[in-house]
Design a protein around this ligand. Structure first.
Ligand SMILES: Cc1cc2nc3c(=O)[nH]c(=O)nc-3n(C[C@H](O)[C@H](O)[C@H](O)COP(=O)(O)OP(=O)(O)OC[C@H]3O[C@@H](n4cnc5c(N)ncnc54)[C@H](O)[C@@H]3O)c2cc1C
Length: 267
């Protein structure tokens, strides 16, 4: 039987660290975490959180490849709350994993949990244990001359990891939609990166539309609120004539819908 690419881990909060007004890094530890292997870039994982009044998230008894159907079969009011996040970094010896949360108030359980996270708080992860795990979408095709990134706060962790991962000298144009100046962070990179922070309500799509692009074959990666992603993609594959295969786009969240609602829609 094929080796699993993801495994479940019981984790607890080790510490938190504020990166900007809206971004909070939560550093997690736990048994076996040194075996997590991130593919880098926009590597995704699943985070499971306890419901109100629980000490730890409730997961199915058997966590094999059938875990998802079993999790769905549990009472939604009792089962662990499942959310998707980016592996911002992993370290061995000791095993630690960073998730950067874009805090958006009390509205969502994950945002609420992160804002209150304290050492010892318990959670669980379904995290990658091999590099080639199917959870990385940022894949510039061979022959790419320059990279376009477009994101909001939720995709800043992925943008930061992408900028760390790309080879030195890669031309990158990035547009990031944020609520204000206090939401900006430093984005260290060896790329030739030009990062434009676009403060809402200014539309990020308009900033992309007004820009002169570098010459050569582009690869675009778009992530954040669904409408933002859709609008920028439409511009790139329309007036800018980017080949569809050269645009990777992911709605990280949708205004007015929780991740549970989105999951139900796609079920
Ligand atoms: C592949 C992938 C990687 C992701 N990586 C990250 C990451 O590294 N960091 C990160 O912070 N998020 C990330 N997200 C987005 C995150 O999963 C969603 O924002 C998620 O909805 C947060 O869960 P919640 O429990 O806080 O809110 P939910 O219960 O899912 O939603 C409650 C309400 O809050 C709204 N909402 C959700 N997110 C936001 C937001 N950011 N701002 C304003 N309103 C919001 C919803 O529309 C809904 O109305 C990622 C998503 C995907 C698909």
């Amino acid at each position: 039987m094929a080796e699993p690419t993801y495994r479940f881990f019981d984790v607890h909060v080790l510490r938190t660290h504020r990166l900007s007004r809206s971004l909070l890094r939560v550093v997690l530890g736990g048994p076996g975490l040194e075996t997590v292997v991130s593919g880098g870039r926009d590597q995704r994982l699943k985070l499971f959180l306890p419901q109100e009044g629980q000490e730890e998230p409730v997961l199915p008894d058997v966590l094999d490849t059938g875990w998802y159907a079993r999790w769905r079969g549990l009472d939604p009011a009792v089962r662990g709350i499942m959310r998707t996040y980016t592996v911002r970094d992993v370290r061995r010896d000791p095993g630690e994993l960073d998730i950067d949360f874009a805090l958006h108030g009390d509205l969502g359980p994950a945002s609420r949990w992160a804002a209150a996270a304290a050492p010892g708080d318990r959670a669980a992860l379904l995290a990658p244990v091999v590099t080639d795990n199917g959870g990385v979408d940022f894949r510039p095709p061979e022959g790419t001359d320059w990279v376009l990134l477009c994101a909001d706060e939720t995709a800043v962790p992925a943008v930061a990891a992408i900028l760390e991962w790309l080879p030195a000298g890669t031309p990158v144009r990035a547009w990031i939609s944020v609520a204000g100046e206090a939401d900006r962070i430093a984005l260290p990179t060896k790329c030739e990166a030009e990062v434009s922070w676009v403060t809402r309500p200014s539309p990020v799509a308009a900033a992309v539309e007004a820009a002169a692009f570098p010459a050569g074959r582009p690869y675009a990666w778009l992530a954040g609120e669904s409408a933002l992603v859709r609008e920028v993609r439409r511009h790139l594959v329309g007036p800018r004539a980017f080949p569809r295969a050269s645009v990777t786009f992911t709605g990280y969240w949708r205004a007015g819908a929780s991740e549970d609602a989105l999951l139900e829609e796609s079920a």
